[in-house]
Design a binder for this molecule. Structure first.
Ligand SMILES: Nc1ncnc2c1ncn2[C@@H]1O[C@H](COP(=O)(O)OP(=O)(O)OP(=O)(O)O)[C@@H](O)[C@H]1O
Length: 517
């Protein structure tokens, strides 16, 4: 074979694929038919030359899993390797007597036959300096001739390109598996957070829980009705956890929180260039939920156009990305929830009737808290423990005798969420206990009214913050710092609180003002 033919064939093998087993592997087999060869190592240099990373080792047709980093401990070895880096390719007649080959052969101890070796070292270089080298090894002394050096010199560029591609390929593979691992981790963590305990399983929510168990066995859509804050999401989670899909994703979409113009692309994804601003392909929530469950919260807020698309998903079990040309199959279960009266919306033409019937195969209605007041004591205790742990209180505060009475007398328009918020408020005000709720209620005409601090109206953040800080200041008679100060109650540094008060225009008590000068 002449040199040109050798170059052509070798290059074809080297660049065939970034898969090391096939590309460089086939090249090694081929090379063995042209030059004396028992082994080949590829090493990459650490930028400061503190080590060599033995990236690939082939001995006798086998690719060894020898992902080894060889530290260049002594300064002399480092210097000698550095000298070699300056050369393009060189022959070593007695491997044991040359510092670079000595280091490599020592690392391969046990993999190669005993005895002296000959080597050719070719530096890998993409024009910006050597980033590693390739060492060709043959048994015995003086095995390589000048023509072998010439042949291998021709291959330095294709080898450098192929090995760089291989390194990048492996890096991508490593990142992909790290990402998959991370995603599994977050999925499990998220499950732990979202899969909260359900209080009232055996009392106020017993019927619902029985139905939930039945629903876990089938794959039909579920429509959960109930006032805001009753625990619809918790029930949706319970259905998913008990179902055969429990290892799959649980993707929540708050249909009311996504702007109309974005809802299609958010739910179904879009192709690159589907509309102005679609700079890359986006995977929608339905695709992400494949193999698991999608929870469509506030389904009543879904715009009509998106309702039509959703109906198609339920009918055909496939989605179409915005701007896409082919339908993609998806294996998902849909659980929807709403606090709105969907039949009434259907009558008004605000919700598609066919979609309503599709979703309403299994309606579940979670009763409001006022209809299951017997759960209030257990819920209160549960939230005290949960929130005290989250707030890292040194111990869980106890309840004052009869503290639950006003809670039993109240109607809870905001349901369990309102109770949870009230407990949090009590823990902020009485972190050492005993906990009481009566002072958090405004008494009007002998009837318990909504806690002052809670409101159904959504207030601007600054207004909310001002009210909250003022409340804490009232509780502490205007004191900011110290063990009985508002900063302690709000769990923030007094200076941070003062800065926040300045920003919100809240007056200081006279003494505090003097202290600040
Ligand atoms: N039975 C329960 N046991 C324990 N925690 C509960 C229970 N019901 C509700 N919660 C808690 O109350 C809060 C509100 O519940 P969730 O978000 O499930 O209500 P929702 O009906 O989905 O509300 P929305 O209508 O606003 O979406 C959550 O923090 C949830 O963990």
């Amino acid at each position: 074979m002449n040199e040109l033919e050798f170059f052509k064939k070798a290059t074809l093998y080297i660049t065939a694929t970034p898969d090391s087993e096939l590309g460089v592997g086939h090249f090694f087999q081929f090379l063995k038919t042209c030059i004396p060869l028992e082994g080949m190592t590829i090493q990459v240099y650490d930028p400061g030359l503190l080590s060599l990373h033995l990236f690939q080792v082939r001995v006798d047709d086998k690719l060894l899993e020898l992902d080894k980093v060889i530290p260049l401990v002594d300064e002399e070895a480092r210097k000698l390797v550095q000298q070699n880096v300056g050369r393009t390719i060189f022959r070593i007649n007695k491997g044991s007597q040359e510092p670079v080959s000595r280091i490599l052969l020592k690392a391969l101890d046990g993999y190669l036959e005993q005895g002296e070796k000959s080597c050719i070292v070719a530096n890998l270089n993409l024009g910006t300096g050597a980033f590693g080298d390739c060492c060709f090894i043959a048994d015995g002394e003086n095995r390589f001739e000048e023509k072998h050096v010439r042949m291998l010199k021709m291959l330095i560029s294709p080898l450098s390109i192929a090995i760089t591609a291989q390194m990048q390929f492996m890096q991508v593979k490593r990142l992909k598996s790290a990402l998959a691992e991370e995603s599994r981790f977050f999925h499990d963590e998220l499950k732990k957070i979202t899969e909260g305990e359900i209080i009232g399983r055996d009392s106020g929510l017993k019927d619902i829980m029985d139905m939930t168990a039945q629903l876990a066995r089938v794959n039909t859509p579920v429509l959960i009705n109930g006032e805001t804050g009753v625990g619809k999401e918790l029930i949706a989670n319970a259905i998913q956890s008990a179902s055969t899909r429990h290892d799959g994703p649980f993707v929540k979409v708050n249909c009311g929180a996504i702007p109309d113009s974005l809802i299609d692309s958010e739910l179904f994804g879009h192709e690159k260039g589907a509309f102005t601003g679609a700079q890359c392909r986006k995977i929608g929530r339905f695709e992400r939920a494949s193999g698991g469950t999608i929870f469509l919260d506030e389904i009543g807020e879904l715009p009509l156009k998106a309702q039509t698309r959703l109906l198609r998903v339920l009918q055909n079990h496939e989605i179409e990305r915005v701007g896409g040309i082919k339908a993609l199959p998806v294996d998902i279960r849909v659980i929807a929830a709403t606090h709105r009266n969907l039949p009434e919306m259907v009558e008004k033409g605000e919700f598609r009737e066919d979609l309503f019937f599709r979703l309403n195969v299994f309606p579940l209605t979670v009763p409001p808290l006022r209809h299951r007041k017997k759960d209030i004591p257990a819920l209160t205790q549960y939230f005290i423990e949960k929130i005290a742990t989250r707030m890292r209180l040194p111990s869980t505060p106890k309840l004052m005798p009869a503290a639950v009475e006003p809670l039993m007398a109240y109607d809870w328009p905001g349901n369990v969420r309102e109770l949870e918020n009230l407990v949090e408020r009590a823990l902020i005000v009485f972190p050492q206990g005993p906990l009481r709720f009566d002072v958090l209620f405004a008494q009007t005409q002998g009837r318990a009214r909504a806690p002052q601090v809670l409101s159904d109206t959504v207030l601007p953040m600054d207004v909310m913050m001002r009210q909250h800080i003022q409340h804490a200041l009232r509780e502490t008679q205007g004191r900011i710092s110290g063990p009985h100060g508002a900063a302690k109650l709000l769990q923030m540094h007094p200076n941070t609180l003062r800065k926040r008060m300045d920003k919100l225009g809240i007056q200081y008590r006279l003494r505090d003002r003097k202290r600040r000068g």
